[in-house]
Design a protein around this ligand. Structure first.
Ligand SMILES: [Zn+2]
Length: 252
């Protein structure tokens, strides 16, 4: 709407927008009616009609404004209702949000619990692992000690076998020595008889050789520095009394 509203000079209705500046009436009917009024009507009647027309228009305007106001009130009322509904919705959302927060908290607690359980299991695994590792080390030590023991047992078995050999050899030597001892005793006895029977001068050369050997034997046995010497015997005659024991001691 333009700021300067031009109105019909007869009915006071607004003239169409953009109307010619010289135009005074809204329609030909108004222009003709105004003409007739100027010709016939008194100025009072003209003024009354103009005012009535003006009143009609203002009444129409009032109805229009009241309608618009009612519409506005309706819109305000609608908006109030919408606002109330939104408040209810917001409260619902807040409750839902609170529930969601509680649910999230529960979820978080659950996750924490699972994490703690997993951590406990992990540390248990670590403990078991280290125990297993220690057991492995211990097993390795045991194996090493077993190897060492086996080596030592081998050496012991070898030594025992050697000792057995030596023992058997020693026993054999003892037996041989005993046999030799009795043979020497018997030979000494025979030589003594030969010496007595022949007065130390046998006829046969073999017998003289035998007696010579016997004499050397008795002297060796009697010599203190002799490596076999024990009994202090000076000659075959002196050895006659102690020959038995001297021979036994000398040969051992
Ligand atoms: Zn008019």
């Amino acid at each position: 709407m333009s700021t300067t509203i031009r109105r019909c000079a007869h009915c006071s209705e607004p003239l169409p927008e953009g109307a010619d500046a010289r135009r005074r009436y809204c329609s030909d009917a108004c222009r003709m009616a105004a003409y007739r009024r100027r010709q016939t009507a008194s100025p009072e009647r003209t003024e009354a009609a103009r005012l009535r027309s003006r009143l009609d228009w203002v009444s129409a305007q009032l109805v229009e404004k009241e309608t618009a106001l009612a519409q506005s009130r309706g819109r305000v009322w609608d908006r109030d209702r919408e606002l109330a509904a939104l408040r209810v919705q917001l409260a619902d959302e807040r409750r839902r949000g609170a529930k969601a927060i509680v649910g999230q908290a529960n979820l978080t607690a659950g996750v924490r619990e699972r994490l703690a359980t997993a951590s406990r299991e992990l540390s248990a695994l670590r403990r078991n692992w280290s125990a297993t590792a220690e057991a492995r080390v211990a097993a390795a030590e045991v194996t090493g000690m077993r190897d060492q023991l086996a080596t030592v047992q081998d050496r012991y078995a070898q030594l025992a076998a050697k000792y057995q050999e030596l023992s058997e050899a020693a026993e054999l030597a003892v037996t041989e020595r005993q046999q030799l001892q009795s043979m020497v005793r018997q030979w000494d006895t025979l030589c003594k008889r030969l010496y007595k029977a022949t007065g130390g001068q046998p006829a046969a050369a073999v017998d003289r050789d035998i007696l010579a050997t016997w004499t050397r034997f008795r002297q060796a046995v009697a010599t203190p520095s002799g490596h076999r010497g024990r009994a202090p015997v000076t000659g075959p005659a002196a050895g006659l009394a102690t020959g038995q024991s001297a021979a036994a001691g000398g040969v051992r």
